[in-house]
Unconditional design. Structure first.
Length: 229
C-alpha cells in the first residue's frame, strides 16, 4: 500500500503518543510543526506529548539548521522506542541462533536460513501469482510484508523506471543482527518472486545505521512495456 494509505489506516488505531512514535518511525526525524500538520493538531500540543515521551526516554531533540532563521528542534526516535514496535521475540531468536552456531556450526545455520528462504519464496509466489504488472507485484508484496510487521510501503520513483520498497521496521532485527544471512536471504526472495528480469538493490540498511531498509527495484531490460497498475 502507499505510505499515505498505510499511515491513515494505522494512525487511527493508536493513542496520541503512539501516533507520534509511529510517524517518527515511518517518516524519520520531524519538527513539532511537521508532526502537528500531519495530525492536524497544534505544534504546542505536539511538544507537550513529545516532552512526556522524552521523559520516558523514547524520543530526543536535536537543533538543526533548516534554511534561514533560528535552528529548528528536530525530534528523533531513541533506541528505547524500538520496544514499542513488533520484535518477533527478539531475545529468543538471537539466543537460538547463537546456540545453533555454537552446537551445530555455521553450515547448519546457513542450511536453516536456506530452508526458510525456500518456504517463504513459495508462499510469496502463491500470493503474488495473480499479479501481472511489476507495480502490482510490488504493491502486493508490500501488503504481505506489512502484515508480517515490517511497516512496509512502496512508491514509484520520480526519475527513471524504478520503484522503492521501504520497510520502516524490522521485526526480526535481533535475528538479523546475530546472523546477516537473514538479510541476504530476504533480498534474494524479493528478486525471485518479482521476476528474473528484475533487479533488487538494497539502498538503505537498518543494520548499517540507516533508520529503515529500502530496496530499489528496476527491470534489467528497459524495452519491455510495463502493464498498468
Amino acid at each position: 500500500m502507499s505510505r499515505h494509505d498505510f499511515e491513515n489506516r494505522d494512525l487511527e488505531k493508536l493513542a496520541p503518543p503512539d501516533r507520534l512514535l509511529f510517524l517518527l518511525k515511518t517518516r524519520g526525524p520531524q519538527t513539532a510543526a511537521d508532526l502537528g500538520a500531519r495530525l492536524q493538531i497544534t505544534p504546542e500540543a505536539v511538544r507537550q506529548q513529545l516532552l512526556r515521551l522524552g521523559d520516558e526516554g523514547l524520543v530526543y531533540a536535536k537543533s538543526e539548521v533548516r534554511g534561514v532563521g533560528r535552528p529548528a528542534q528536530v525530534y528523533h526516535l531513541a533506541p528505547a522506542a524500538q520496544r514499542r514496535f513488533p520484535d518477533a521475540h527478539a531475545e529468543l531468536a538471537a539466543q537460538l541462533i547463537g546456540e545453533i552456531r555454537d552446537v551445530l556450526g555455521e553450515n547448519a545455520l546457513d542450511k536453516l536460513i536456506r530452508v526458510r528462504e525456500i518456504a517463504t519464496r513459495k508462499r510469496y509466489e502463491a500470493l503474488l501469482s495473480g499479479e501481472q504488472s511489476l507495480a502490482r507485484k510490488i504493491a502486493h508484496l508490500a501488503e504481505i510484508r506489512n502484515k508480517e510487521g515490517y511497516m512496509a510501503t512502496w512508491e514509484k520513483e520520480e526519475e527513471g523506471n524504478s520503484y522503492l520498497l521501504v520497510e520502516n521496521h524490522c521485526p526480526i532485527c535481533a535475528a538479523a543482527s546475530a546472523c546477516t544471512g537473514f538479510c541476504r536471504s530476504e533480498q534474494a526472495i524479493f528478486e525471485h518472486v518479482l521476476g528474473r528480469d528484475v533487479r533488487v538493490d538494497r539502498v538503505e540498511h537498518l543494520l548499517a545505521g540507516a533508520r529503515r531498509c529500502a530496496y530499489r527495484i528496476t527491470r534489467k531490460t528497459t524495452n519491455r512495456r510495463e502493464p498498468g497498475f
